[in-house]
Each structure stands twice: as structure tokens, then as C-alpha cells.
Design a protein around this ligand. Sequence first.
Ligand SMILES: [Zn+2]
Ligand SMILES: [Zn+2]
Length: 326
Amino acid sequence: MQALVRTDEGTEWRDVAAVTPGVGQVLVQVSLVGLCRTDLAVASGRLRVDTPRILGHEFVGRVVAVGEDVCGLSLGDKVAADPVLHCGRCDRCAGGWQHACRRARFLGVDVDGAIVQQIAIPAPNAWRLPASLDDRIAALLEPVAACAAVLKTPIDVSQRGVVFGRGRLASLTKMILQSRGFLHVHCVHRGAEPMESDQYDFAIDTEGTTRSVGQLADSLRPAGVLVLKSRPLRPVELQLRTLLPKEPQVVLVNYADFADARELLLDPAIDFASLLGPVWSAERSARAFEAAALDPFRKHFVDLTSFPAQNSVARSQHQCVPSSDV
Ligand SMILES: [Zn+2]
Ligand SMILES: [Zn+2]
């Protein structure tokens, strides 16, 4: 089957071995993969990975085979994924911190990813979505979980807040906050007018630069909440000397619960369509990566359905009742 692989030389389509689902895994026929900053960094070599490595982590597809000991998922289910694979045995997993697992592996970075015709993933990482949901919106599950993490912070709907960033992550974060009742949220970006000091109750950074964090810290009122949610490749400096006297709460967040992210994805009040960019055919994937790198506003997708279908042996060991009615 075909996969888009990062090699020592660059990125290319390769024929890779077919996979079967192991115990506790499902095999997913991938239909669409969204491209995000992490994928672009791996493809360009800015984020180093062991090679060869299949790219991609924001995908949607259909379950085509079910391994042993899988409950709640059936053949034909549409699923999107939580891309952080966890061991389930370390102290952090035991404490409910699976996304901080000591042996966490991120799809498309630490292990082979999803720009491939079929991928086997642990069933707990597969989130079932309604068949009627637009594939492009379904593939937004992971970025929605990342943006919705801001809802875990000590901020309140009555407060005034600002989101720093120009692209779709800032827009998505703002839309999610608005959908949950936050009425006073503004977006600012690098080229905008400088912000006044001490005007916001909370400030959320989606850019991850020393400059953006510094501007946001200045814009916060004393004892405001500074939310850091991006994972820049470069270190970010905090000017503690000027930041400390205002005693802000600095909160770092990773992901929302993926069950909450799935609920948000199905919320018709959130205009996900405004974030959707073109769907590129697999043959034009190189162009898709170039275009995605130049377009911070819209999500670009690679379509995996143009390849001939794989033969897979559908196997369902247990009769399971679906865990939720979606
Ligand atoms: Zn992503
Ligand atoms: Zn673990």
C-alpha cells in the first residue's frame, strides 16, 4: 500500500507493507489527512525524526478490521484519532495523564503516521464520529482538542480575553470560546496595533514566540491568566523581571478531553467550514505541503481515496455494544 514517507533525502510516496490490527487495535482505511505545523516541520526537516517515517496525524477514515479485545467500535465506523499513543502502564498513565505518558509516541513523529492507505491504531485512540459528518471537519478532531484545552484554565465567560495569533488556531480557539459563552474575546496578531497594558483578564498565545508571549504578558491586568498552548520548536523567553510584579497565573495546557473535543466538533454553532481549505489529491501532495506552508488561515488536506482499495480481512472477535450513540 502507498504511504507518504519522510526519508533522509526528503519526502516521497513509497510502497509499504500492509498492516493487520493487533490485540486492542483497529485497522482504519484512511480517507483524508489534514496537514498541520508539525507535519510541515517533519517534511521540511526542521523537526527531526527517525527515517523512514510515514507522515501525518490528523486523519479520518473507516474501520475495516477489528483486533481482539476491542469494544465499542465496529466495521464501517467513521473515526478520527487522538494522535498520542500511550503505554497504559507507567505512573503517569495510571494517574490519568496519558498525554504525558513517559513512553508517549506521537503519530507521524515518533511512530509511523497516517498518510497511508491503512493504519492500525489502539482502539482507545480512535474516536467514533457520525457517518454524516463532513470528512474535513471530522479530521479537525486533534486541533479542536488542542484549542479546547484553553477551557481547562481558570478563566470565566464574563472576562475580557485576547488570543494572540493570525492563523486558524487563533480563530478556532476564539470560536470555541465564543461557543461556550465567552463574549469578550479578541484576536490580535503580529502586525496589529500594539496592545494597551493591563487591559485583559486573560491572554492566550497560539504563536509561541518570545515576542508574542511578552506582548500578551504586558496586556494582562495584574493577577490575570496567561495561557500558553503552542509547542514551538524554539525556546521562549519569559521576562520574569517585568512579569513577576503583576503576579499573573501562567497556565500551560496540552489537550482537552477528546470526548469534549468530539462534542465541540458536532456543535453547529461553530463555523468550522470557515477553516477548511482545499483537498489535494495524493499525486499533488508535494504541492499540498507547499500551499499549506503559505496558508496559515485554512486547513489543507490530502485525499487518500484515489488509490486502489486494500484487501483486508475483517475480523471481529466480540459482539460489542457501541459505547455512545453518535
Ligand atoms: Zn496537528
Ligand atoms: Zn504511559
